[in-house]
Design a protein around this ligand. Structure first.
Ligand SMILES: [Zn+2]
Length: 132
C-alpha cells in the first residue's frame, strides 16, 4: 500500500528497501495520516556528483504543503543502516508533526528525534560530525 511513495526509488533499490522498512513500522495512525493526505510525498533528492556528503535536508520550511514533503538523499542508501533508518524516521516525524512541536517538546528537531525514537528509530550513538 506504500508503493505510491516508492516510485522515486526505482533506481535506488537499497534506499527503497530502507524507506519501506521504516514505513511498515510506523504506528497505524501515522501510516493512515500519510495515506489520507495527498500532500504527503516522499522523493529522492537529485543526485549531484561530487557534491557534499550530507544526509540531512534542511527542515521543510513553513507550514502546509511543503512541510509534508519528505526529500531523501541518495547517500542514505549507502550509509549505516541504523542511521539511515533513523534519518528516514526523523524526516517522517517532521512530516507527521507538520514540522511542529510534539507534546511538551517545542524544539522541532528534538520533537522529531523523540517521535522517531518512539517508533523504534532512535538516533544511533557515535556519529561524529553529524547534527540533526
Ligand atoms: Zn530534522
Amino acid at each position: 500500500m506504500f508503493s505510491v511513495y516508492l516510485q522515486d526509488f526505482q533506481q535506488c533499490k537499497p534506499l527503497e528497501r530502507r524507506v519501506l522498512h521504516v514505513l511498515e513500522r510506523l504506528p497505524k495512525e501515522v501510516q493512515q495520516d500519510f495515506l489520507d493526505d495527498a500532500r504527503f510525498t516522499v522523493s529522492l533528492d537529485n543526485y549531484v556528483p561530487g557534491e557534499g556528503s550530507t544526509v540531512f535536508m534542511a527542515a521543510p520550511g513553513g507550514t502546509g504543503v511543503s512541510s509534508r514533503s519528505v526529500v531523501l538523499k541518495p547517500r542514505l542508501s549507502e550509509c549505516d543502516e541504523a542511521f539511515s533508518h533513523y534519518v528516514i524516521a526523523h524526516e517522517f516525524a517532521h512530516a507527521y508533526l507538520r514540522n511542529g512541536p510534539w507534546g511538551d517538546i517545542s524544539n522541532t528537531e528534538d520533537a522529531a528525534n523523540a517521535l522517531a525514537a518512539s517508533w523504534g528509530f532512535p538516533l544511533p550513538g557515535k556519529l561524529p560530525g553529524i547534527s540533526a
